[in-house]
Design a protein around this ligand. Structure first.
Ligand code: 13P
Ligand code: SF4
Length: 370
């Protein structure tokens, strides 16, 4: 994880009103030179300044489409800003307002672990293997996947990508086995047994040669520290309430929670589902608290609550705040770039291969992960 140096004390002394007025003024002065992208988990204070909001797939597409903007300020986490840098023109500058805004899940697959484990896996698997990485991964891991004829996926298109990978991205070389570089609930109910968990903390991923030979899909062990907070007990507690709550969760929740839910999908899917739900309907949502609270505020005619009794906050997303956005834009107006996220050309080239495959397989509209 990168480290953000503390801002000068003067930024801490500015009121929210001053910060908001300043940001609005900097945005006006930068005009079309600037695009601000905001992930749905950003706090309301920040999201109000986003030109576009989205889930990680939509934001990747938006970054790729905005050729005109000289500066893309990414209000999200580090891997998202890296992805934006890979997908934009080299002349465009991508900025992350707080460098410490990382992702615990992305940190669970280090490129050194991936490179160390791969040769033995290939040797023992007795056939070609296609690597798939969840987009919550470093550019280095994405580049590895691109170099090995694999693809990235997001919560919006993970199932499509995995199915396509099983059929083979390269027609002349159909994949026999797939390595999903993240433990992630991409399969339909009852299909969890298809995955063999590869745990990088153990030699050979903790797998015997026979297990590797028998496996069809390897799942890299990792998880989202926020979504893991939702439990089957939460599901049972909601089911025990007298109100007819439907349970709607993000696929980063653990497998058993997804199994117990009524619907599973990306942040964009969650938003669409609540928006289209009839007035008076009841929703218990298993995802990051900023999004759940925003949905509750935006839909007062519906009953929206978190699936858990506790606040499931993505603390790294939360690092992007008004102060850091103000500081970033103030510097841009003054002709200085701070916190540039820049991926080296070789990594960029190969991670682009994996990302382009992800972008080619996108659903027409947000769909359930099941
Ligand atoms: P989405 O693709 O649904 O936005 O999820 C990204 C993420 O990191 C959620 O934790
Ligand atoms: Fe990463 Fe989880 Fe935060 Fe998403 S919610 S950015 S997966 S730590």
């Amino acid at each position: 994880m990168l480290y953000q140096l503390p801002l000068a004390p003067k930024y801490g002394e500015l009121s929210n009103e001053r910060l908001c007025a300043g940001i609005a003024d900097f945005k006006r002065r930068l005009g079309s030179r600037l695009v601000i992208l905001g992930h749905h988990y950003q706090q309301d204070d920040v999201i109000q300044f986003a030109d576009f909001t989205g889930d990680s797939l939509k934001l990747s597409q938006l970054a790729a489409e905005h050729h005109e903007a000289e500066f893309i300020v990414f209000c999200g986490v580090h891997f998202m800003a890296e992805t934006a840098d890979i997908l934009t023109h080299e002349k465009q500058t991508v900025i992350l307002p707080d460098l410490s805004a990382g992702c615990s899940m992305a940190d669970m697959a280090h490129i050194d672990q991936v490179e160390a484990g791969w040769p033995l896996l290939e040797e023992r698997a007795e056939g070609p293997i296609t690597p798939i990485t969840y987009v919550n991964s470093s550019a280095a891991v994405k580049a590895f996947v691109g170099r090995h004829d694999g693809a990235c996926c997001t919560s919006s298109n993970a199932k499509m990508v995995m199915e396509r990978a099983a059929a083979g991205f390269l027609e002349e070389e159909p994949a026999l086995k797939v390595v999903g570089l993240r433990y992630f609930n991409v399969f339909g109910p009852g299909e969890a047994h298809k995955g063999t968990v590869y745990d990088p903390r153990f030699p050979d991923g903790g797998l015997s040669a026979a297990q590797v030979r028998a496996a069809q899909v390897f799942l890299w062990k990792g998880h989202c520290s926020v979504h893991q907070l939702f439990t089957t007990r939460n599901v049972e507690a909601i089911r025990a309430l007298p109100e007819p709550y439907a349970i709607l969760v993000h696929p980063e929740c653990e497998w058993a929670v997804c199994q117990g839910a009524d619907r599973v999908g990306s942040t964009e899917y969650i938003i669409k589902t609540v928006r289209e739900a009839p007035p008076g309907s009841f929703w218990a949502i298993g995802t990051e608290v900023n999004l759940v609270q925003r949905l509750a505020r935006q839909h007062p005619d519906k009953h929206v609550r978190s699936l858990a009794g506790i606040q499931c906050l993505c603390t790294t997303m939360y690092r992007i705040d008004l102060k850091h956005l103000y500081w970033t834009l103030e510097n841009l107006v003054g002709g200085r770039v701070v916190n540039r996220i820049s991926v080296d050309p070789e990594t960029r080239r190969w991670s682009r291969v994996a990302l382009d495959r992800m972008l080619a397989l996108r659903p027409a509209q947000p769909v359930s992960a099941r």
